[in-house]
Design a protein around this ligand. Structure first.
Ligand code: KIV
Ligand code: ZN
Length: 513
């Protein structure tokens, strides 16, 4: 296949994905995901929005200084300060890109920007020129393109390509497009814009109507050659096009589409697990490609068919997308070096011996209780240790819960708050409820519990439980995560993690506000 049949995969899990309510990540967590994306051979990683916060800036910088095989990109509005900050964050990148954008739909220009179309063109051209002075690889996005006028898009795109933009991104910002219509728009832009051949056309589809992947496929059929997507379809509101679904559609239907990507598809499931464990967004069991049931055949007829000839009911194999990585990797006799090198292979390195020792102690503890330790256990364990180490305010010291038939469950908790130990006891509807109420007796956080979910990390009754707790306070939403072989302890850890995240109160600018 020639390069004209190659679709560039631009992953925005660390930027648009992080805009999912409660999905904010620390610098180290982002770095771990970026390394996994590099391993998966993602072409472009949008590492963040540099001006949003010092934390975002530092994350982009760390990723730019570490990842060498993927292009590292920072988002910026069409404002001088944003562009300069993006350029600064990308100084160390082997290959860097500034992605600047402005809204082009009548509704956004009139009400949000309060600018005339001519002013928007002026801003866009100025922004692209400024970015191009800092870096040769510049992407320009027309925010809310799917509700913008075709003639106006043609005018502005021609001008920004002349100003130096090498990628033109057409976002369906509000998830409004329908595949046929969206494909038509892309085709028209490519046909009508005289210098369209000087740029790669890209799409960025949101999933409000569940059509993000379908719209992205329609766009590449019409000639777009970059698709912006996220692991597990994470992103603002209903999320973005899911990387795994788009990539596997391209691969599975190569006969029809005649396209390819660079992605090493066997890294998809590990990436999905990592993102889920770091963000606290569980993957629904029936999610295509990465859901626990995606390759499970329940009905007898299907099972019989698959045993006779796999392709009767399977269009791809579980191994193609990396499910076989779910294997026993270690046990209680494994040593520190084996532990470190397996995590290295999984994309996790330790910043100090102390951190390694702490994680290894937790591993030994887990191996005592759980016979077989899988990659997923290791990933969850490291996320858990790092979450506990990252924040200082609250630490779970001990938990004792009694629960028996016919009796009201009671929990006694001991929590270290700013170095001082506090104890509390509470009853509850169930043991988890009692444990969380006991923590609240001490903290009195005034937050609202919006979501509580438990996921088994691997199969078997000795699987670790991975708990997500979503808390809301004064409009801020955080997701706390905790894992443990005992789901009541995992729940308490997740709750304490969420309380620490609320306490951290990280202020960030939102790119679209
Ligand atoms: O959805 C959107 O329009 C965006 C742009 C900033 C590319 O995320
Ligand atoms: Zn978006």
């Amino acid at each position: 296949m020639s390069t004209k049949d190659q679709v560039i995969i631009f992953d925005t899990t660390l930027r648009d994905g992080e805009q999912s309510p409660g999905a904010s990540m620390t610098r180290d967590e982002k770095l771990r995901i970026a390394k996994q994306l590099e391993k998966m051979r993602v072409d472009v990683i949008e590492a963040g929005f540099a001006i949003a916060s010092p934390g975002d800036f530092e994350s982009i910088k760390a990723i730019a200084n570490t990842v060498t095989e993927s292009t590292i990109c920072s988002l910026s509005r069409a404002l001088d300060a944003d562009i300069d900050r993006a350029g600064e964050a990308l100084v160390g990148a082997a290959s860097g890109r500034i992605h600047t954008f402005i809204a082009t739909s009548p509704i956004h220009m009139k009400y949000k920007l309060q600018m005339t179309p001519e002013q928007v063109i002026e801003h866009a051209v100025h922004a692209v020129k400024r970015a191009h002075n800092l870096i040769s690889d510049v992407e320009f996005s027309l925010e809310d393109a799917s509700r913008s006028e075709l003639d106006f898009m043609c005018r502005i795109i021609e001008k920004v390509i002349d100003a130096g933009a090498r990628t033109i991104n057409i976002p369906d910002t509000v998830g409004y497009a329908i595949p046929e219509e969206f494909g038509y728009t892309i085709g028209q832009l490519l046909q009508r814009i005289p210098n369209a051949d000087k740029a790669i056309f890209s799409v960025h589809c949101h999933n409000d109507l569940g059509l993000a992947v379908a719209n992205s496929l329609a766009a590449v059929t019409a000639g777009a050659r970059q698709v912006e997507c996220t692991i597990n379809g994470l992103g603002e509101r209903a999320g973005n096009a899911s990387l795994e679904e788009f990539v596997m559609a391209i691969r599975t239907r190569k006969d029809l589409l005649g396209l390819q990507t660079n992605i090493d598809t066997t890294q998809i499931v590990p990436a999905s697990r990592l993102v889920s464990s770091i963000t606290g967004f569980p993957v629904q069991p029936n999610k295509a490609i990465v859901g626990a049931n995606a390759f499970a055949h329940e009905s007898g007829i299907h099972q019989d068919g698959v045993l006779k000839h796999r392709e009767t009911y399977e269009i791809m194999t579980a191994q193609d997308v990396g499910w076989q990585t779910n294997r026993m990797v270690m046990g209680k006799h494994s040593g520190r070096n084996a532990f470190r090198s397996r995590l290295d292979e999984l994309g996790t390195t330790f910043s100090s011996d102390a951190e390694l020792n702490h994680a290894f102690a937790r591993f030994k503890d887990l191996a005592d209780k759980k016979h077989e330790i899988f990659d997923e256990d290791l990933i969850a364990l490291v996320s858990d240790v790092r979450a506990a180490d990252a924040y200082e305010k609250y630490k779970l010291s001990s938990l004792n819960v009694t629960s028996q038939t016919g009796e009201v469950p009671v929990a006694q908790v001991s929590l270290v708050v700013d170095g001082a130990e506090f104890k509390a006891e509470s009853e509850g509807g169930g043991p988890v409820d009692a444990a969380l109420k006991a923590i609240e007796e001490i903290v009195r956080s005034d937050s609202t519990l919006e979501l509580y979910s438990v996921n088994a990390i691997t199969s078997g009754t000795d699987s670790q439980g991975e708990v997500t707790v979503r808390l809301e306070k004064e409009g801020r939403i955080v997701n706390g995560m905790g894992s443990d072989i005992d789901i009541i302890i995992a729940s308490a850890k997740a709750y304490v993690h969420a309380l620490n995240l609320l306490d951290a109160n990280i202020q960030k600018a939102h790119p679209q506000v």
